[in-house]
Design a protein around this ligand. Structure first.
Ligand code: GDP
Ligand code: ZN
Length: 306
């Protein structure tokens, strides 16, 4: 029997079987670990094969993952933890204020998602509660991100604006839902489908109060087809898997320019004849994106020192 992992809680896994029933399963003996140094062999989103022995469901095989996102394990620093797998797209919910989402956060998220080949839709929520100043800033940001190729939606979870559009985007796909706490992820998912909200909230609350700020992902099925993966504490899912030379590859508008830099290993910091820097000077690459890029390089340098 095939199933998909909805949640992992240490020894037990919540799995949705092909017949839609949800069961609890355990791992069967020593399952082949993929050639990864990971602390968790089975992740949310994994497609697994199960066998029933006595009354217990056992996971006997993990199908190859289409993709997966990892972070450094909070408990074992040299090991990675797979947060979720088989993701089709990410929805990044942001607000200009209440709470503020910085472009630093957005760019870090986009970089991470790009590095996993996951497409991101940026959702500007709380449209019903925008100051004039926020409106101006929002226009700028929407232009910026649309200009480099990201899809942008405008929603009000409370007034149900843009919700149908978001629903259409989520249909038949597995969506990683992210964004700062308080931007309206739960309210928005509830507006998309009323059966989802409570669960999302419960999970976020339960774990945000824990002593260990572990990231526990959970997947919810959408009754109209598709799934949502909710990851509380997504902020921590980082870019530790990236080499500093790779970062520019995932700043999607840098790529075309970087191809013509004088040096093939150009980091676009202060090398001569750097086409990325030239594009920044000419306003073809937004200076904020460039500064965020430099910040990320810095933070990677710091990580290496530990
Ligand atoms: P989450 O932490 O991202 O899941 O955020 P919640 O869904 O819990 O929402 C945080 C707060 O923002 C709640 O008080 C919501 O009522 C409010 N909220 C969510 N969406 C909107 C919106 O579109 N407009 C306004 N004005 N408030 C919203
Ligand atoms: Zn360069």
């Amino acid at each position: 029997m095939k199933g998909i992992v909805l949640k992992s809680t240490g020894k037990f896994y919540k799995v949705k079987l092909e017949n839609e029933s949800v069961i609890e399963a355990q791992l069967k003996g020593k399952i082949r670990l993929l050639d990864l140094d990971v602390t968790n062999p089975v992740a949310v989103g994994d497609v697994v094969l199960l066998e029933k022995s006595d009354k217990t469901w056992m996971i006997s095989k993990i199908e190859d993952r289409k993709n997966y996102i990892i972070r450094i394990s909070p408990k074992k620093k040299f090991l990675n933890q797979i947060i979720a797998s088989n993701i089709d797209q990410a929805v990044l919910v942001i607000t200009l204020s209440k709470p503020r989402t910085s472009t630093g956060f957005i760019d870090r998220f986009l970089l991470t998602a790009e590095s996993y080949h996951i497409n991101t839709i940026i959702v500007f929520n709380k449209q019903d509660d925008l100051s004039n100043k926020d409106q101006t800033k929002q226009n700028e940001l929407a232009d910026l991100y649309q200009g480099i190729g990201y899809e942008v939606l405008f929603t009000s979870a409370i007034k149900k604006q843009g919700v149908e559009e978001l629903k259409q985007k989520m249909k038949e796909k597995t969506t990683l839902l992210s964004g700062h706490s308080g931007v309206g992820k739960s309210t928005l998912t509830n507006a998309v489908d009323s059966t989802l909200n409570l669960k999302t909230k419960e999970v976020s609350k339960k774990f945000s109060k824990g002593v260990h700020t572990t990231t526990h992902a959970e997947m919810f099925s959408l009754p109209f087809g598709g799934n949502v993966i909710d990851v509380p504490g997504i902020k921590e899912f980082g870019i530790a898997h990236l080499d500093k030379y790779e970062v520019a590859d995932y700043f999607i508008e840098f790529q075309a320019k970087a191809a013509n830099c004088k040096f093939s290993d150009c980091l676009h910091i202060n090398e001569p004849k750097c086409k990325v820097k030239e594009a920044v000077d000419e306003g073809e690459i937004h200076v904020e994106r460039y500064l965020n890029y430099l910040n990320i390089l810095d933070s990677l340098e710091e990580q290496k020192e530990y």
